[in-house]
Design a protein around this ligand. Structure first.
Ligand code: GSH
Length: 201
């Protein structure tokens, strides 16, 4: 199998690098300097015309969307996801998509409007709204994790890779705190995983 990941530290490409480490895959990394403008260079725009990370090349297919990459890699390796048709498949897909489609947007809106955009373009009301939305999904997740080690129960899966990145983003906003003890403990368990530590090094 041939796998090449276009990666910038701290971005969503960490999900894919982390998963590749969990899978024990052989892969090539193309390191991009996010702040240094690498994503807007012509050679990268030829790979991803919107200039976003991650991009994954796998066996001749070029993919965008971290969630699609995670699903495809699990399928190719036959690991870390309940197989199609099995009882936990629906819940697995729900968490994979919830992490990016529902939980991640307010985290992004928070960072954009609190730190990233030029100051005159920042909207304080968006930051306040994002804080409320993040707290709501953190409560949902805290309730879900009350009697579970990972999203699907006792077994770690690729859904935890997707969600782990988002939960770490919520931690960085300052909104994930002692009000959500089950989520804090869950994030602690994920951060201890050697595969995540190797992917972050
Ligand atoms: N839904 C996409 C989002 C990709 C995305 O927005 N990546 C960010 C980094 S975390 C990016 O490249 N931002 C640069 C930009 O939007 O110009 C995914 O999950 O892969």
């Amino acid at each position: 199998m041939s796998i090449r990941l276009y990666h910038a530290p701290l971005t969503r490409s960490l999900r894919v690098r982390w998963l590749l480490e969990e899978l024990g895959a052989d892969y090539e990394i193309v390191a991009l300097d996010f702040m240094g403008g690498d994503l807007q260079k012509a050679d990268y725009l030829a790979k991803h015309p919107l200039g976003k990370v991650p991009t994954l090349e796998v066996d001749g297919t070029t993919l965008w969307e971290s969630g699609a990459m995670v699903e495809l890699l699990c399928e190719k390796f036959g690991k870390l996801a309940p197989p199609p048709g099995s009882p936990k498949r629906g819940e697995f897909l729900q968490w994979v998509h919830f992490s990016e489609a529902t939980a991640m947007p307010p985290v992004g809106a928070f960072f954009q409007n609190a730190f990233i955009k030029p100051e005159p373009q920042r909207i304080p009301a968006v930051v306040e709204e994002a804080k409320g939305t993040i707290a709501k999904w953190l409560q949902l997740l805290d309730d879900h994790l009350k009697n579970r080690k990972y999203l699907l129960g006792d077994e770690f899966s690729a859904a935890d890779v997707m969600m782990g990145y988002t939960v770490n983003g919520a931690k960085m906003t300052g909104i994930l705190d002692a009000r959500f003890p089950n989520v804090e403990a869950y994030l602690g368990r994920l951060l201890e995983r050697p595969a995540l530590q190797r992917a972050s090094a």
